[in-house]
Ligand binder design. Structure first.
Ligand SMILES: NC(=O)c1ccc[n+]([C@@H]2O[C@H](COP(=O)([O-])OP(=O)(O)OC[C@H]3O[C@@H](n4cnc5c(N)ncnc54)[C@H](OP(=O)(O)O)[C@@H]3O)[C@@H](O)[C@H]2O)c1
Length: 275
């Protein structure tokens, strides 16, 4: 039954957790990874094959890949680059360190992991690499500059890799969700508290409004979908004989994807400023 293997990062909650269980039920052998030992144990108790993997720590990342390849006999059919967080804050309040941290996890960790699995997929002559980007991978919103920059960077790497892998049997897809129910906002609130000096910022009034949004329970914006909406696109990206380069998820992604193609930047800015 378990003939197809996938490695997923960031399975402690949200989209990663949902996709790990969902693909397991779909007949995949899922290597569900998380960075905190307690989460790895919890995932195992839930019946998942779990391992520790911290994207910001190359030693942890490499140990996880070694272990997975040892268990799978050196094979891996798919990689879902998913584990990430949002660093809120105005661009002018982002320290070099906060931006570096954001890129360590959201971009460099994903890149290093992708580089580790590519030789395996080339040897096999097939593979699927799926990047969980965002609507913020192609439009920007105020106070989300670090996260937006990280997702734009991922889009650049994925789009280039897709061209470079043409004809190899390895397919690269981007999933671009809008708002999805998960722990994303709660985790972003932690990053905000850790790295943004709101009291001394010219943006402090906007931060008060942002704090209310980040602290809100349940969906903070309309058109929020459950993580199963992402699972559906992921299944297509890894199972279809013709995976798409891009998968939009949620109405806001379709809307802004269309507007980005139609509107001049100045007009699009006017709309994005109001969000
Ligand atoms: N929710 C949305 O509205 C939305 C929209 C568009 C795109 N996305 C993307 O969806 C993906 C999953 O996010 P989510 O919505 O499911 O949020 P989430 O519930 O906060 O899950 C994020 C996962 O990433 C993990 N993570 C964070 N830093 C990590 C690191 N250094 N190494 C390994 N794992 C790490 C988290 O682990 P910990 O529990 O240890 O922090 C958690 O398991 C992200 O790439 C995000 O950018 C989400």
């Amino acid at each position: 039954m378990h003939d197809r293997t996938i490695l997923i990062t960031g399975c402690s909650s949200g989209i990663g957790l949902c996709c790990a269980h969902g693909l397991g039920a779909h007949g995949w052998r899922v290597f569900a990874t998380a960075r905190k030992p307690a989460d790895v144990e919890r995932l195992a108790a839930e019946g998942l094959e779990s391992l520790p993997l911290d994207l910001a720590d190359p030693a942890s990342l490499n140990a996880a890949v070694d272990e997975i390849l040892a268990r799978s006999g050196g094979r891996l059919d798919a990689l879902f680059n998913n584990g990430a967080y949002g660093q809120p804050g105005a661009v002018e309040d982002l320290t070099r360190e906060a931006l570096r941290e954001q890129f360590e996890t959201n971009v460099l960790g994903w890149h290093e992991l992708t580089r580790r699995v590519l030789p395996v997929m080339r040897r096999q002559g097939h593979g699927r690499i799926v990047y969980n980007s965002s609507v913020l991978g192609f439009v920007a919103l105020r106070y989300r500059g670090a996260y937006t920059a990280s997702k734009y960077a991922i889009e650049g790497l994925a789009d280039t890799l897709r061209l470079e892998l043409r004809g190899t049997g390895i397919h690269v897809s981007l999933v671009e969700p809008g708002p999805i129910e998960s722990r994303f906002r709660a985790n972003a609130f932690l990053a905000y508290r850790r790295n943004i000096d709101a009291a001394h910022s010219v943006h402090r009034e906007a931060y008060l409004r942002m704090e209310q949004r980040l602290g809100k329970q349940g969906p903070a914006v309309p058109f929020t979908l459950p993580p199963e909406a992402v699972l559906k696109k992921l299944v297509h990206a890894i199972e279809s004989p013709r995976p798409r380069p891009r998968y939009y998820v949620t109405f806001p992604t379709y809307l802004f994807g269309t507007l980005k193609r139609l509107l001049p930047t100045r007009l699009l800015d006017r709309l994005l400023y109001r969000v």
